[in-house]
Design a binder for this molecule. Structure first.
Ligand code: MG
Length: 403
């Protein structure tokens, strides 16, 4: 029985801001969820999206619905949460809150049944996942200098063993073109991808898409606004580089509309945002029925990364063949101590490949002392205070300074 649901809002000020086509950030934020059952076993999840909003949604809206719930009934829990907010929250940060709870329930279920999340998802068809490096974000530098900085970061990623690299584009048309050309010249044999974070209108996307095509990029990510899905088909008719998108989209219903529009070749749900890992499985099935592969967008801490690793460990690549293509996991290499220093057990990365954990649940475990160090606000909802182990009697809400 679920007897406590806790949230930890995390914050970390960056030494150096980083940017992409839309914004520049000087602070990392995050929301972790801990779901505790009556035996004192904890499942952990993570929400993508505005942490103050997802924290409130979890604590004040969804947690009261799940207290007393059987943690093995995660599918029913999802439907219960979905129906409770269907009339006003089919998409948005409340779906991010459901996603984090779904992830935590899956971690808890795996721990209770003593199986890994990939076993819950149907069983592993591979034991490690090839990573692709996400780095090369924009810095506050003159463009000539920035170009050198980004190429240097790419070189570092290659030296760490990553055989595929994703660049950011969408700064401006001239710089984007220079960066694409410089990357291909510097890395003639490396698999390269480009992500505009929906920076372009259709004519611009066609123009940059043709540059990417000429330089043999593997995909063009979020070339267009997620509000203009009908333009994906128009773009795909003009360029030969595959279009990847979906990190802003949520639920199987949202993805159905996105994929039905045509043009998209790679679906990219974020497991901490799209409705959670169990909803991502439904999105994957839907995409598969259209011959489209699903490669999750992945950002945040070890929890979201581990969820995506388990997901890809169970992925069947479309179309099947004796020597299928290998799915890749997005591996964010930008500095993030909430990912790299906050877990007592994390994912093992060697030579650009991520080992799939085989221990029960997600296989990654936050370090409580480090979690407290990054936590700026925590909340707790209890089903029955008398049934909780002493270790779980904590302040309901506390505020601390930013770490
Ligand atoms: Mg992206």
């Amino acid at each position: 029985m679920i007897c406590a649901i806790k949230t930890y809002r995390l914050q970390h000020r960056l030494d150096e801001p980083f940017g992409f086509s839309q914004w520049s950030y000087d602070t990392r934020n995050g929301l972790l969820i801990e779901v505790v059952d009556s035996e004192g076993v904890s499942g952990w999840g993570e929400c993508y999206g505005p942490a103050t909003v997802t924290q409130s949604a979890v604590d004040t809206f969804y947690a009261p619905l799940l207290l007393g719930w059987d943690p093995l009934k995660n599918e029913a829990a999802w439907q219960h949460m979905w129906r409770a907010s269907l009339d006003f929250a089919m998409k948005g940060p409340m779906m991010g809150a459901i996603s984090g709870l779904d992830m935590a329930l899956l971690d808890l279920k795996g721990k209770l049944l003593k199986v890994s999340v990939s076993e819950l998802m149907g069983g592993r068809v591979r034991d490690e996942i090839r990573g692709y490096a996400t780095s090369m974000y924009f810095k506050q530098q003159p463009e000539d200098e920035l170009l050198g900085t980004l190429l240097g970061e790419a070189r570092e990623s290659r030296e760490r063993g990553f055989s595929a690299l994703k660049i950011k584009v969408g700064k401006n048309m001239n710089f984007d073109r220079r960066l694409i050309e410089a990357m291909r010249e510097a890395f003639p044999e490396t698999q390269l991808m480009a992500d505009s974070n929906h920076a372009y209108d259709l004519p611009e996307a066609i123009e940059i898409g043709r540059v990417l095509e000429a330089h043999k990029f593997a995909w063009f990510e979020e070339p267009l606004s997620p509000t203009h899905v009908h333009q994906m088909r128009q773009l795909a008719d003009k360029i030969d580089v595959p279009i990847a998108t979906g990190e802003c989209e949520q639920t199987r219903f949202g993805f159905r509309a996105l994929l039905d529009g045509g043009g998209v070749q790679i679906a990219q749900p974020d497991l901490a945002h799209c409705g959670g890992p169990t909803e991502a499985l439904k999105i994957r099935a839907l995409a598969s029925a259209q011959g489209i592969n699903t490669i999750p967008h992945c950002w945040g801490t070890q929890l979201n990364l581990a969820s995506a690793v388990h997901f890809l460990a169970t992925t069947y690549v479309e179309p099947g063949r004796a020597e299928p293509a290998e799915p890749m996991i997005e591996t964010d290499l930008t500095p993030n101590p909430m990912r790299d220093d906050m877990f007592e057990t994390g994912l093992k990365i060697a030579d650009g490949r991520l080992a799939v954990p085989t221990t029960p649940g997600l296989g990654v475990q936050p370090d409580r002392a480090m979690l407290e160090a990054f936590c700026v606000q925590k909340t707790e909802k209890l089903n029955d205070e008398d049934s909780l182990p002493d270790v779980d009697r904590r302040e309901r809400i506390s505020d601390k300074k930013v770490h």
